[in-house]
Structure formats: C-alpha cells, structure tokens
Design a protein around this ligand. Structure first.
Ligand code: ARG
Length: 283
C-alpha cells in the first residue's frame, strides 16, 4: 500500500486584510467595518483545524493588497504547473507578482494567460473529484475564452459553467467538488445550460443542491481534504447529507472574511494536485 503525501494548502495571514474597496456585492457597506483582530482569530482557527489533517504553507502578507488572503485566486495548480491569475479588477492585479514569485520559488512552472484575458485561478477553476475534468466558472471574473487555453496548457478537459448571480461571482462560492466525485452546489447561481452540463456529468445521487440559506452562508465555499470538510456554516440538513456521504464536517466561523465575499475555500489554494496517471505517462 502506498502512503499518500498529506494535502498542502497555501494560505496568507490577514495582517493587512481589510475591506478597502468594493468589487463584489458582499463588500458593499463594509468598508472600514472589519475587525482585524477577529479576522486574525478566525483565520488561525481555520489554520489549526486544517493542520489536524493537512499541511498549511503560508506566504508572506504584503501591504496594499488586502485581498491576498484569498489565495485561491492566486492561480490554478496542476502537477508541476500553475496558471497564474490575471485579475479582472485593478485593485487585485498587484497580487499577481507576489503569487508568481511564490510559485516560482516552490519550483512550479508559472504559465500566463494571453494578454487581456481575465482568469482568477482556483476561485473559478475547480477539478472534479470523480473524473478527469476541470470546471470553469465564467461570467463575472474569469472569461469563457479561458476554457480552450487552459485545456491546451494543462491537457485536461474543461467544462465551462456560466455564473449568473453577482453574489456568487466565483465558482467556488457556489460549487464544491468533493472526494469520491460528490458535489455540493447552488443551482440558481448558474444558467440553465450550466445546470444541464452539471447534471450530465455528476450522477444525481452524488450531487446535492444546497438551499439559498446555506449558499449565503458560504457552505459551498468548503475546503475538502480526504473525508474532512471545513466550512463557515452548514444547516443540519446539509450536515446530515455530508455525513451520509461519509464526510466529517468542521464549522469554523469566518464572518470577517464574508464581509469581503469569501470564506474557507477562498482562503486556501491546494498546492498538490497530482496529474492523473495516464496524463503523466503521456506528457
Ligand atoms: N474580495 C475578494 C474579491 O472580490 C474576495 C475573493 C474571494 N475568493 C474566492 N475564491 N471566492 O475578489
């Protein structure tokens, strides 16, 4: 039996975290309404919880980029490659150099999107956990035209999903593939074609449509490592469903980060995403 290396998540401490501008509906009314000490405590809780089952690597925080805590948006890692994000909003564009330097120092090959194409990394690009497939959310931040570029760069099938509700502006706010090919999602965040595409690829007994209330509590913005799920908050019904699928659920309040439009999953970037065996052999 082979022993698998533990999952490794990249995080960035909220030393400089604040709501300093508005680029999504969650941030409205929250400028200067954050409490950084509370944010630091909530972030530490998440780190502690993740470290019970996984590795957490931290990149240095930097002044002037308050959203860099949301490392999911740094890029998309697959094997030894990372596609660097090209942020839509100028406010987040200075993060790109920080992430590029971090990835290069870890020995990853840093790939860039063609000039002018917006792409927000693992916030919008999520690997399916049942088949060799990447889901790409587009419509708010990342662009549909990224799909063929990513497919070509990484040699993986990419299924685009149009996002239609501005509150769910990144795919990871409303869609969460889980180990074993399971899926949590909030169908109303997607257009009809996307809902059909999801139903065509994920069998109904393996997908669970969360309620609007769970979606607004960022239940889909969950970190999954093995049979463990870490999230801000889940209703008893959602907890029961996850337990039926064999997952243990840890709820960690991340309310300070929700003021900026993010929660558990946004605060992490999974660094070890091994290539499926056949692709490694082919490549
Ligand atoms: N304020 C950040 C933004 O609007 C939040 C990013 C949350 N990240 C995520 N992967 N959903 O870009």
């Amino acid at each position: 039996m082979t022993t698998l290396a533990p999952d490794t998540f990249l995080m960035c401490a909220p030393e400089h975290f604040e709501v300093a501008y508005i680029i999504n509906p969650w941030m409205e009314g929250n400028i200067a309404h954050g409490d950084r000490l509370t944010a630091q405590g909530q972030w530490q809780e998440l780190v502690h919880a993740l470290r019970t089952v996984a590795r957490v690597d931290c990149m240095p925080a930097a002044a002037g980029v308050p959203d860099m805590v949301f490392t999911a948006n740094g890029g998309l890692v697959l094997g030894d490659k990372v596609i660097l994000s090209a942020f839509k909003h100028v406010e987040r564009q200075p993060e790109e150099a920080h992430f590029a330097a971090w990835f290069a120092a870890r020995g990853l090959q840093v790939l860039r999107m063609p000039h002018g194409l917006h792409f927000e990394g693992a916030g919008d690009a999520l690997l399916d956990r049942g088949s060799d497939l990447l889901w790409l959310g587009y419509g708010h931040r990342s662009e549909l035209a990224c799909a063929p570029v990513i497919a070509d760069m990484l040699g993986i099938e990419v299924q685009p999903l149009q996002l239609v509700d501005p509150r769910f502006y990144h795919l990871d706010t409303c869609f969460c593939p889980l180990q074993g090919g399971y899926l949590l999602y909030y169908p109303a965040a997607f257009d009809v074609a996307a809902q059909e595409r999801i139903a065509a690829r994920v069998p109904s007994h393996k997908r669970f449509a969360v309620t609007q209330q769970d979606a607004l509590n960022f239940a889909c913005n969950a970190v999954n490592s093995g049979k463990h799920v870490f999230l801000n908050q889940a209703s008893p019904a959602l907890n029961a469903q996850l337990e039926r699928w064999g997952f243990s659920v840890s709820q960690i309040a991340l309310t300070e980060f929700m003021k900026a439009g993010g929660a558990a999953k946004c605060l992490t970037l999974k660094m070890n995403e091994p290539r499926p065996a056949q692709q490694v052999a082919a490549g």
